[in-house]
Design a binder for this molecule. Sequence first.
Ligand SMILES: NC(=O)c1ccc[n+]([C@@H]2O[C@H](COP(=O)([O-])OP(=O)(O)OC[C@H]3O[C@@H](n4cnc5c(N)ncnc54)[C@H](OP(=O)(O)O)[C@@H]3O)[C@@H](O)[C@H]2O)c1
Length: 272
Amino acid sequence: MARALAEVLTPRHEILAASHRELDITDGKAIAHAIEMAHPDAVVNAAAFTDVDACESQPELAFRVNAEGPRNIAFACKRLCIPMMHISTDYVFDGEKSEPYIEEDEARPLSVYGRSKLQGEREVRENLQRFWIVRVCSVFGPYRKNFVSLMVELGRRGQPLQIVKDQRFAPTYTFDAALGIERILERGSHGIYHLTNQGFTTRIDYTREILRQAGFASVRVNPITSEETKRPALRPANSQLENARLKREGLPLLPTWQDAIRRYLIQLNANS
Ligand SMILES: NC(=O)c1ccc[n+]([C@@H]2O[C@H](COP(=O)([O-])OP(=O)(O)OC[C@H]3O[C@@H](n4cnc5c(N)ncnc54)[C@H](OP(=O)(O)O)[C@@H]3O)[C@@H](O)[C@H]2O)c1
């Protein structure tokens, strides 16, 4: 996400991007120093420990990176009166709601990852008045393996796939999110935003559409339940994020997820 963001923002803004190797968000002193030296107009935190299953067995690391990390940044921003944007996740919700979640819905995470990310949100909210928390969902784009690139890879092999049928959501294409984030930074009032591509789907219908667009429609996709995957972390059955705040603010919604896949596949093919 961060690389797409830097690419999209660079033509119109001066960007100082730091990789994990260059700056560790768990190092409060280093964060305070880096932010003080740069003294930017805003700080965007897209760093996180994002391996949802690994978080279950490494809760201390999850909370250090996903909660203490944003707290370190929030402290530095508070001291220097700099607004902060923090990227968060649909996994703060438990999925029990039958409708899409709006920004004001109560968060009740099911996993260590979700709890650590929710704590990160709290650190930002409690320490700053000028903040944006942007929740994205099932992110895909270049520079990182993701669900879409994985399905294309598996589709190419032609073997039948087993995909969960009981998870509803809307994915987020990094380049669309980056444009949305730019608009929120420039024009959005402070607070929480849901930012996903438009339209909702299930994991299995999503997979079928990826395969269809990639030219692998003949690959068989067998439905299974989330329980059958036996993954360490529970996932919410419903993590549809209604982009209600964007609508209220009069900010443009992102294109549909089907259109986002189409543009990402063009990019993938061009790079392969
Ligand atoms: N990926 C998704 O499907 C998804 C879904 C919902 C929300 N999100 C949220 O979206 C944001 C961006 O995630 P992403 O998809 O871009 O994930 P990503 O590709 O895993 O990127 C996370 C980045 O954070 C870095 N990082 C980890 N620990 C760090 C630390 N202590 N200090 C500094 N950097 C550190 C990682 O570096 P290393 O790789 O070197 O450790 C990596 O570059 C995160 O807030 C995530 O929670 C992602």
